[in-house]
Design a protein around this ligand. Sequence first.
Ligand code: ZN
Length: 130
Amino acid sequence: MNRFRNFMVGRYGTDKLGIALLILSMILSWTGGLTGLEPLVVVSYVPFIWCIYRMFSKNIYVRMNENNKFLTKYTPVETAIKKKVQVLFGTKTHKYYKCSGCGQMIRVPRGRGKVEIACPKCNNRFITKT
Ligand SMILES: [Zn+2]
């Protein structure tokens, strides 16, 4: 373990881009394996090798820049996905409803029993369980 730690000193390690590359590689190889498309399995090595190369790279500044570039593209996507999941499943404290009149999303606190909700946009009223 100590040897490994010494080996990793001054090396970059993992970040979000590294993990994304690893996941991309797994998806490619699984799809390749499941569909019998061998070129996909071969292609899946590219992000994998890139990920390993980045982990052991000593050029930390360049790796950080790569990760930042990736994050500026990825973060809005991640936020949008998180929002979609929240609306679909609600959070621990709130539930989301779509107004039947105008389609506006309305956030309602959980656990209030049966309540009448008034849409803030079109004032359409409906009764629902929270
Ligand atoms: Zn409405």
